[in-house]
Design a binder for this molecule. Structure first.
Ligand code: SAM
Ligand code: DTB
Ligand code: SF4
Length: 325
């Protein structure tokens, strides 16, 4: 079992990125096998519970009110609709249901409605995750008391590159929210996006920041930018797919016991590239035809891919009708 480290140095991370591909993947897969069933992948499904009209200027995001992505804004969803979607996700094989809201930060009355959703989803026998933006101490404690399992809040990129992408809130704001979530005893889901025009050093620094947190996030989503028409990052030079795979591998090596999620961007990845990501140590995906507002691979395609790779879902006792081995 490799020890968990929180004292990574930038040069070490850069050296990992620079390894010959085969050496890097072998190392990542070896560490993966010490910590997990190598053929097991955890499955989460996403639902956008409040869509668009967001005040923030995140340059990748179709939900910002500042960009014309053609999205129709939608108010906070009624609870029955949310539970219907959660039941469907469970029937299709998801063990965790992640609810996302396009807010800079929720209002206290929003938190009460989200807590009802969390309790309803838990009653269906699923794990819960929400991503609502920045939180106050009181809101964080209310979510914990309401039974929330995971809170997703991404660092997105390195501190250096951050201001190229987002100006309406700071890196420190994000670290503060993550600290609150950690202190409240909620599991942390925190990762970033690559393919936003950042450099190699930014990818290394993002992973450095995550791995040097006082405790590794339990869940580390690595998103490939989904380019959306109307957003500032539309048209940026796409990232070399093998660099994406390397990013997964380095995340696995640095955070050996965390779930590394092959997150947004799978729709544009070949099956072979996804297979390489699993080999590099990814062991979680978003499953279901939609991410928040953009398309994800069709569930039947994922079921077939799991079959072809001999992967099974697990890490939970919940029945999976679709992806199950
Ligand atoms: N509004 C809240 C916030 O920003 O914290 C929660 C929802 S926000 C959509 C959640 C995360 O989705 C972002 O932090 C970002 O990492 C990811 N995301 C958004 N748009 C994306 C895109 N086009 N491609 C990849 N990831 C994206
Ligand atoms: C995360 O890291 N990726 C998910 C989830 N956490 C909330 C969101 C991806 C969003 C992709 C763009 C969209 O569908 O709107
Ligand atoms: Fe708003 Fe979140 Fe999108 Fe940023 S990422 S614009 S905060 S919904």
């Amino acid at each position: 079992m490799s020890a968990l480290r929180h004292n990574w140095q930038l040069a070490e991370v850069q050296n990992l990125f620079a390894l010959p591909f085969n050496d890097l993947i072998f190392k990542a897969q070896s560490i993966h096998r010490e910590n997990f069933d190598a053929n097991e992948v955890q499955i989460s499904s996403l639902l956008s519970i409040k869509t668009g009209a967001c005040s923030e200027d995140c340059g990748y995001c179709p939900q910002s009110a500042r960009y014309d992505s053609g999205l129709t804004p939608e108010a906070l969803m009624p609870i029955d609709k949310v539970l219907q979607a959660a039941q469907q996700a469970k029937d299709q094989g998801a063990s965790r249901f992640c609810m996302g809201a396009a807010w800079r930060q929720p209002k206290d009355r929003d938190i009460e409605r989200v807590v009802e959703m969390v309790q309803g989803v838990k009653a269906l026998g699923m794990e819960t995750c929400v991503t609502l933006g920045m939180l106050t101490d009181a809101q964080t404690l209310r979510l914990k008391e309401g039974g929330l399992d995971y809170y997703n809040h991404n660092l997105d990129t390195s501190e250096d590159y951050y201001s190229e992408v987002i100006t309406t809130r700071t890196y420190q704001d994000r670290l503060d929210t993550l600290g609150r979530v950690r202190d409240a005893g909620i599991n942390v889901c925190c990762g970033g996006i690559v393919g936003m025009g950042e450099g190699e050093q930014d990818r290394a620094k993002l992973l450095l920041e995550l791995a040097n947190l006082p405790k590794h996030p339990e869940s580390v989503p690595i998103n490939m930018l989904v380019q959306v028409e109307g957003t500032p990052l539309m048209g940026i030079e796409p990232l070399d797919p093998l660099v994406f795979v390397r990013t997964i591998a380095v995340a696995r090596i640095m955070m050996p016991a965390s779930r590394v999620r092959l997150s947004a961007g799978r729709k544009d990845m070949s099956d072979e590239m996804q297979a390489l990501c699993f080999l590099a140590g990814a062991n979680s995906i978003f499953y279901g035809d939609k991410l928040l507002t953009t398309d994800n691979p069709m569930t039947n395609h994922d079921v077939a891919l799991f079959g072809r790779l001999g992967l099974h879902s697990g890490g939970s006792s919940y029945a999976a009708a679709g992806v199950q081995g």
